[in-house]
Design a protein around this ligand. Structure first.
Ligand SMILES: NC(=O)c1ccc[n+]([C@@H]2O[C@H](COP(=O)([O-])OP(=O)(O)OC[C@H]3O[C@@H](n4cnc5c(N)ncnc54)[C@H](O)[C@@H]3O)[C@@H](O)[C@H]2O)c1
Length: 289
């Protein structure tokens, strides 16, 4: 199960964060890995770890906003490996601005990066996978693919919304020809830019945690299991799926309460509300049922 020997994985954002975690995870299961990142030093550091596992690597300092550069990279992948089995479409940037102040040039930049770039990666990988008759693509979306974040995320959310529709369309067109396309939608996963925003606003982490029943923020390694599952033949009937990786965030209504920490257990029955209110016990902490 989950053996990736003889498979070739192309991973963007491989210098750090979820891209690096994905690259290491699929390499541990046996895959050779193409490591893409504009941070070449970081990608080479990931590459060294993978080579120590005995796998082959190719490092590319490709900007995933640039379809021409992506096409050139895949020609190099053809020369070096001759196949593509898994695409981890992970690298990407947003831009924060109030909607009323957002410059159209900045919106174009985000759409180019997260929508056009992700699509160009899918297209280049997908053409090769269709020719082989098999392959798997894991796009990274976000909570912002289907819910609003506020705090200036307008451009990012518009782009991430497109990523899940891209996933559904590609899955619909390609799955009967052996190419599966899925999208993972993480909640807050600690990375340097998120850490900076939390440092600047000390209330932010607490607000995030109110929406995460699992009780902690994500870490890049949280993607390892999903990446290996989606890269492997064990997920052959999983396609077109939008898979939350969010500690329960999407499952919970905004008025929901993580855990069961309220001091009161309320009744749905208004006529007996007073009687049931007697369940209020004046202590908090563990052991409530
Ligand atoms: N961290 C989160 O909370 C979170 C949540 C949901 C979605 N996402 C998305 O997941 C993806 C990865 O997030 P992360 O936290 O691992 O990011 P990260 O910032 O830790 O790492 C991103 C990596 O991608 C590289 N990169 C960025 N733009 C690039 C480009 N145009 N060309 C080549 N390389 C580029 C960076 O150099 C960096 O190494 C991003 O698209 C992000 O928007 C992140």
């Amino acid at each position: 199960m989950f053996n990736l020997t003889h498979k070739v994985a192309v991973i963007s954002g491989a210098a750090q964060g979820m891209g690096r975690a994905t690259a290491l995870a699929v390499a541990e299961q046996g895959a050779d890995v193409v490591l893409i990142d504009r941070n070449a030093d970081g990608a080479h550091a990931t590459s060294q770890l993978i080579q120590q596992m005995g796998r082959r690597t190719l490092v590319a300092e490709t900007d995933v906003s640039d379809p021409a550069a992506i096409a050139e990279l895949f020609r190099e992948v053809d020369r070096v490996f001759g196949r593509v089995d898994f695409l981890g479409n992970i690298a990407g940037d947003g831009h924060l601005s109030k909607p009323e102040d957002l410059q159209i040039a900045d919106l174009h930049r985000v759409l180019q990066n997260l929508v056009v770039g992700r699509f160009a990666m899918c297209q280049e990988a997908g053409r090769r996978m269709l020719a082989q008759g098999c392959g798997s693509i894991m796009n990274i979306g976000s909570l912002a693919s289907s819910t609003a974040l506020g705090r200036g995320h307008i451009a990012y959310s518009m782009a991430m919304g497109a990523v899940i529709q891209m996933t559904r369309e590609l899955s619909t067109e390609w799955s009967h020809r052996g190419v599966r396309v899925n999208c993972v939608t993480p909640a807050q996963v600690i990375n340097p830019s998120l850490q900076t925003r939390m440092d600047q606003d000390p209330t932010l982490e607490g607000r995030f945690l109110k929406g995460i029943p699992a009780g902690r923020l994500g870490v890049p390694d949280d993607i390892r299991g999903l990446a290996v599952l989606l890269a492997s033949d064990e997920s052959q009937w999983i396609t077109g799926a939008i898979i939350p990786m969010d500690g329960g965030n999407m499952a919970m209504n905004a008025g929901g309460t993580p855990g069961h920490e309220k001091m009161a257990v309320q009744s749905f029955r208004s006529e007996s509300a007073k009687r049931h209110w007697s369940l209020v016990i004046g202590h908090s902490g563990e052991g409530h049922s």
